[in-house]
Design a protein around this ligand. Structure first.
Ligand SMILES: *Cc1c(COP(=O)(O)O)cnc(C)c1O
Length: 394
């Protein structure tokens, strides 16, 4: 046990020393197929040569200046993201939680501009938005909040996927200024809202003059088969947050805003020392190039369909498997019982998986996964799950 570290994580007994594509190697030279991808971070896989070259080149020239000065690569990155998303402006930070903090601050600025003393934001049951005080308050899992009271004021919670509940809240809460929501709940267990939900959110927000703020930290950057998950429903949010895959492992987050939501952050209102520094922006620009050149949104859509089909064939009839769901390369296999121990069983077979919401095996593989690797993944995962469920039954 490494006692010099705070035990914020219950770590698995393995350390990786090298990666290449979808593979990782541990200190003993054992190879693992990585279906976690650093939790939806390494969309281009590990040690991608073009990303490595961009980072190395930039590190040798200029890593950091300050947002006191112009950063041309940050402006270019903002222009690219704005063009891809239909948003107007971007603010850069270093993580998903920080991106959501910026979104929350934007909503509050708008509220105060409208003369509301205590503006409120609607958030969802089962949501995950990060671990800062405001974002853990916005998150819907009690275990994320316990011990950190008093929580932050100004949040109203409704069930996820339930437009009627949202409409009911809208009818009698004049302090509401925004809705903050994940297009698919990742940490919450790969929970898919009903079709048309995002378009419905857009409509309710428009009716009340609320900002629609989508947390695409996990779903963004081609993961679901589009650049951003909201594009599946032909809408545009007012605020969108990104992080995870944006730098393929180099820390960077972004909060994008449009229309009334853009322009609220003025000098002195928000800042970040590291946010959008030359190194992080160079990495993100390389990531955008590669996602575009590789047509990886299309690839994620096609491979996601095929992968879920294979999983259904391998596991669909196995008693104990409740549902196989997802979109693109965010996939959940829901079991009828807690299955955290699957993670270590899979590790033993050279496969990295994640279990979230106790009963959901979550797959977030790199988008560069090949067909053969996808088949390999299903084979290994199928064996682990069948063995686990079968073993339990006897
Ligand atoms: C991971 C995640 C976050 C938090 O991101 P950090 O970089 O860990 O702060 C926020 N929202 C969603 C939807 C996430 O998946």
């Amino acid at each position: 046990m490494s006692s010099a570290l705070m035990s914020s994580y219950q770590r698995l007994p393995v350390a990786f020393v090298r990666g290449e594509g979808v593979w990782l190697w541990d200190t003993e030279g054992r190879r693992y197929l990585d279906a976690v991808g650093g939790i939806a971070v390494c969309a281009l896989g590990h040690a991608h040569p073009a990303v490595a070259q961009a980072v190395a080149e930039q590190a040798a020239v200029l890593v950091h200046t300050s947002n006191l000065y112009c950063i041309p690569s940050q402006e270019r990155l903002a222009e690219r993201l704005v063009a891809l998303s239909g948003m107007d402006q971007a603010f850069f930070c270093n993580s998903g939680a920080e991106a959501n903090e910026a979104a929350i601050k934007i909503a509050r600025l708008l509220g105060h501009e409208r003369g509301l003393e205590a503006p409120a934001i609607v958030v969802m049951e089962g949501a995950f938005h990060g671990r800062t005080l405001a974002t853990l308050t916005a998150s819907g899992a009690r275990k994320v909040q316990a011990g950190f009271e008093p929580l932050v004021q100004g949040f109203v919670r409704v069930p996820y996927g339930d437009l009627e509940a949202l409409r009911a809240v809208g009818a009698n809460r004049r302090e509401i200024v925004a809705v903050l929501c994940e297009p698919i709940q990742g940490e919450g267990g790969v929970v898919m809202p009903p079709p048309g939900y995002l378009a419905g959110l857009r409509e309710v927000c428009d009716r009340h003059g609320w900002l629609l703020m989508l947390d695409e930290v996990q779903t963004g950057m081609c993961r679901t088969g589009r650049w951003f998950a909201f594009q599946h429903e032909g809408i545009t949010p007012d605020v969108m947050t990104l992080a995870k895959s944006l730098g393929n492992g180099v820390p960077i987050g972004a909060c994008l805003a449009r229309g009334a939501a853009a322009g609220l952050i003025r000098p002195g209102k928000h800042a970040s020392t590291f946010g959008g520094n030359p190194l992080a922006c160079r990495a993100a620009l390389a990531v955008l190039d590669l996602l575009e050149q590789g047509r990886l949104a299309e690839r994620a859509a096609e491979l996601g369909e095929a992968l879920m089909e294979r999983l259904r064939r391998a596991l669909g009839d196995v008693p104990g498997v409740v549902e196989i769901r997802g979109r693109g390369l965010i996939i959940g296999v829901m079991l009828d019982r807690p299955c955290g121990e699957l993670v270590e069983r899979a590790l033993g077979l050279g496969l990295l998986i994640n279990v979230t919401a106790e009963r959901v095996v979550r797959l977030l593989p790199p988008l560069i996964l090949s067909d053969a690797q996808a088949a390999d993944l299903v084979e290994r995962l199928g064996n682990v799950i069948r063995e686990f469920l079968g073993g339990d039954a006897t």
